[in-house]
Design a protein around this ligand. Structure first.
Ligand code: ADP
Ligand code: MG
Length: 241
C-alpha cells in the first residue's frame, strides 16, 4: 500500500459517482454488499421459495431471509473491523440461523472467504477472487457437488472463473483498483452466476433434496443457484455505486 490515502480515494473523501478511483473494497464496502444481499433476498423471497417448491420443500426463500435478517442484526451489533472479520461473522451467523442444506453451505462459503482475507483492510480484485475461490472450495468440500449437479455450485463456479479471468487480464493488482475495472470484473462474475443459474433449468439434480425427484427435477431453475446469482448481483450493485 504505497499510496497516500489523503490524496487518492479515501472512503470519506471520495465517494461520489464521478470519482475515477475506488471504491476501496474496505469493510464498509463489504458491509454494503451484505446489506444489499439481505435486501435482495428479502425482495425475492417468494420467488426463491417458489423455485424450491418446484423441486424441494419450499423453504429456500424463507431460510435465506431469516438468515440474512440475523446477519444484518449481528453486523449492527458487532461492527467488525475488517472485511475478513465481517465475512466470517456472516458465515457463522448463517450456520447458526439457517437450517437445511443452504445454511451450512452458504455459512461455509462466507466463513472460508472471510478467512482467506485475513486481516486485510483493503481488498484488491485479486484478493477478492482468492476469497471467493476459497469460499467455493469450502462449499465443494462440504457438499461434494460438482458443476452440473444442479446446485449453487453451478452459479458460483462460473462466477469465480469470470473473476479469475478479469484479474488475469488486469495485470498487476493494486489495493485501489480503478472503479470501472472493479465494477467490470464483478459485473462479469455476476453475469456468469446468472447464466449459470439459468443453465441449471435443463439439468437433473444429483445433490440435495431435488435429487430425490430424479428426472422430474429437470425443467426448473435450482433455487440455490438462483440465490447465488442474487448475492453476486448485490455485490455488483454495490461496486457500481
Ligand atoms: P434444503 O434443501 O435443506 O431445504 P434450502 O432449500 O435452503 O435447503 O437450499 C436448497 C439449495 O441448496 C439447493 O437449491 C442447492 O442449490 C443447494 N444444495 C443442496 N445440496 C447441495 C450440495 N450438496 N452442494 C451444494 N449445494 C447444495
Ligand atoms: Mg428447501
Amino acid at each position: 500500500m504505497a499510496g497516500d490515502p489523503g490524496t487518492n480515494s479515501g472512503p470519506e473523501a471520495d465517494t461520489g459517482p464521478e470519482a475515477g478511483v475506488g471504491p476501496a473494497m474496505d469493510v464498509a464496502f463489504f458491509a454494503s454488499w451484505i446489506e444489499e444481499a439481505a435486501r435482495a433476498v428479502s425482495t425475492d423471497r417468494e420467488r426463491l421459495t417458489a423455485l424450491d417448491a418446484a423441486i424441494g420443500d419450499a423453504d429456500h426463500g424463507s431460510n435465506l431471509d431469516r438468515g440474512f435478517t440475523a446477519v444484518a442484526h449481528a453486523l449492527g451489533t458487532a461492527d467488525p473491523a475488517t472485511p475478513g472479520a465481517l465475512l466470517t461473522l456472516v458465515g457463522t451467523t448463517l450456520i447458526r440461523k439457517v437450517g437445511g442444506a443452504s445454511g451450512p453451505l452458504y455459512g461455509t462459503f462466507f466463513r472460508e472467504a472471510g478467512r482467506a482475507l485475513g486481516d486485510d483492510a483493503q481488498v484488491s480484485l485479486a484478493r477478492l477472487h482468492a476469497a471467493l475461490e476459497a469460499g467455493l472450495a469450502g462449499v465443494r468440500a462440504l457438499g461434494s457437488a460438482a458443476e452440473g449437479d444442479k446446485t449453487m455450485v453451478d452459479a458460483l463456479a462460473p462466477a469465480v472463473r469470470a473473476l479469475e479471468e478479469a484479474v488475469r487480464d488486469d495485470g498487476e493488482p493494486s489495493d485501489r483498483a480503478d472503479r470501472a475495472k472493479v465494477a467490470g470484473a464483478i459485473g462479469a462474475a455476476a453475469s456468469a452466476a446468472r447464466a449459470g443459474a439459468g443453465a441449471t433449468i435443463p439439468l437433473q439434480a444429483h445433490k440435495g433434496r431435488a435429487s430425490y425427484l430424479g428426472p422430474r427435477s429437470v425443467g426448473h431453475e435450482d433455487p440455490g443457484a438462483a440465490s447465488t446469482a442474487l448475492i453476486l448481483a448485490a455485490l455488483h450493485a454495490v461496486a457500481t455505486r
